[in-house]
Design a protein around this ligand. Sequence first.
Ligand code: AP5
Ligand code: ZN
Length: 212
Amino acid sequence: MKLILLGAPGAGKGTQANFIKEKYGIPQISTGDMLRAAVKAGTPLGLEAKAIMDAGGLVRDDIIIGLVKERIAESDCANGFLFDGFPRTIPQAEAMKEAGVAIDFVVEIDVPDEVIVDRMSGRRAHLPSGRTYHVKYNPPKVEGKDDVTGEDLVQRDDDKEETVKKRLAVYHEQTEVLVGYYAKQAEAGDATAPKYVKVNGTQAVETVRDQV
Ligand code: AP5
Ligand code: ZN
């Protein structure tokens, strides 16, 4: 099974990805997590990506497409995968189509901007795994510690209010068009088009999980 989780920054893609990968035994491919790992490792890609991410912009399509193509060629992706935060532009979506990647489902998690700004201020992240929590809505079992490893949780550098607003603006400018791009393919009855599902992401984490 091949899935895309689509939604604004902070919509809950990472939170839901965690449930989906457990249930279906497929790897989560989060381009955001891959870029944060490159930043942490100080690779040339990481050095280039850091400033763009901190400013809330998008990393160049050719770089992202290259990263993803390499990743989906790995053996653990043979039975499918879950894209989280990819594709984010029409060229990224088209690149997958051209590469013959047949997506089964596109799941849109819909959350209005006002809710997102509030969520991001309370988010805490375990960077090595990409797991995220919220101080109020999804607290870890032990304050400030990851449930699985017990390691420290941190605030992401791009979760400052001004950066979140910039990321939301970029989402509306460049990524939201994908909602129409996939929804239209599904409506046209194209047999190869992914099924399109929209879920109200303002509900409790478990309710969103069950509906997804
Ligand atoms: P990325 O890491 O993909 O960030 P994002 O899309 O902005 O999304 P987030 O990870 O911030 O949010 P999420 O939807 O995963 O929400 P979460 O589950 O954590 O990208 C970061 C940057 O990398 C980009 O800005 C860009 O620069 C670059 N990049 C990445 N991919 C790229 C690409 N393809 N092309 C170009 N550049 C790329 O939840 C958020 C918070 O809400 C948490 O605290 C959580 O606990 C809480 N929460 C979740 N669900 C609920 C709920 N139902 N109710 C209450 N709280 C909830
Ligand atoms: Zn995420």
